[in-house]
Design a protein around this ligand. Structure first.
Ligand code: PLP
Length: 357
């Protein structure tokens, strides 16, 4: 018998969410970010489902190849640009648009050029201090890239550090520095990730770069995406494989870490950290059993979890367990794990079959 531990991927939810994002972005072109295997949903599947995207963005040349293999012939942006000659050749072969964020890339581009189907995206560091040229160098770098033709003039881009916090002054500081150094340049602009699309509509400009919203998940702490009309694209599910009648004082799982407070039913479900279900989840974290809330009781093991079935009648092997998704927002589960929903959905391992629904 198969284990029936699956991540169901709802293709219509993905398409619906893209429509919602287009509405929120009011006219900006939408660059759908599908790095990290489409945030765990399967990159080829997501690229095929989102055929209304204006453009896609990925982090690595291998991911870019998967998107081309899925049949996408439109613009495709490599967010970290290229790091060596091999990447550079792949980028030319696949007509990838390239983020340019350091001087070595500028020099390579000046000596080797790009194809007429590639476009450059010049990344400016406006305060996050991760990737990008210091914003004050914008003019000089644009000048240096001038002889490198490509499909069209470079896009000027930057990335926000704190866009998920509406009252943090950092975002408006980054935005005003960006505006100051790009003033007078006709180049198109791109700043907003998902959080900025929601919190800072002024930053939407020519291209927005949503990731997490497309998967029906909110980037904002304490909020779920349903508030914006988005639908979860991934539902992680498994089955009950055993039910134990325990007595008050019985201990459950590794480390005997959970003690039954009373006589109770303990359900055992077929998922664990070997599937990407976070081991850091604590007693009390919610799951759904047959659509009703139950809670984690005891440590997550590699292949199994144990559940407090208090108040649930007639649960037996083969019954349905939902870990997150439809009916149980992953945002809520991530809080219990002391993490963010991004990490949970990217962490679902290859052992879990993805089923399209
Ligand atoms: C990953 C990424 C995004 C998408 O971020 P979300 O928070 O998922 O919307 C946008 N821009 C860049 C540069 C990224 O690396």
């Amino acid at each position: 018998m198969s284990r029936n531990t699956v991540a169901r991927v709802d293709l219509q939810a993905l398409q619906h969410n893209l429509g919602v994002v287009k509405g929120l972005a009011r006219g900006s072109a939408v660059v759908c970010v599908i790095k990290a295997d489409g945030y765990g949903h399967g990159i080829r599947r997501v690229a095929s489902a989102l055929d209304k995207a204006d453009q896609f963005a990925v982090a690595t040349p291998g991911e870019a190849r998967a998107v081309r293999d899925a049949g996408w012939t439109g613009p495709l942006l490599l967010l970290e640009g290229f790091s060596d000659g091999d990447d550079f050749d792949v980028a030319r072969q696949l007509d990838l648009d390239l983020v340019v964020h350091h001087q070595g890339q500028v020099e390579a581009l000046r000596s080797r050029g790009v194809t007429p189907r590639q476009r450059l995206w010049l990344k400016l560091d406006t305060g996050m201090h991760r990737l990008g040229f210091p914003a004050r160098d914008a003019e000089a770098v644009l000048e240096a890239l001038h002889p490198v033709a490509g499909r069209d003039m470079p896009v000027l881009m930057s990335h926000f550090a704190c866009a998920d916090e509406p009252s943090n002054p950092m975002t408006s500081q980054q935005l005003s520095l960006f505006d100051q150094v790009t003033q007078g340049h006709p180049n198109p602009q791109s700043l907003a990730n998902s959080a900025a699309i929601l919190n800072f509509p002024d930053s939407c400009r020519d291209f927005v770069r949503p990731g997490i919203l497309l998967y029906g998940i909110s980037p904002l702490p304490g909020q779920t995406a349903a508030a914006h009309g988005l639908k979860p694209a991934m539902t992680l599910a498994c089955e009950i494989v055993a039910v134990n009648q325990c007595r008050a004082g019985d201990r459950v799982g590794y480390g005997a870490a959970f003690t039954c407070p009373s006589d109770m039913l303990v359900g055992v479900a077929a998922i664990g950290y070997g599937d990407g279900y976070p081991r850091h989840l604590r007693d009390g974290a919610p799951v759904l059993v047959n659509g009703r809330t139950a809670t984690l009781a005891g440590r997550v093991s590699m292949d199994l979890i144990t559940l407090d079935l208090h108040g649930q009648q007639g649960v037996s092997a083969g019954d349905q367990v939902t870990l997150w998704g439809e009916g149980l927002p992953v945002e809520q589960v991530a809080e219990w794990a002391g993490s963010i929903p991004y990490e949970l959905i990217c962490g679902v391992t290859g052992r879990v079959d993805r089923l399209e629904t």
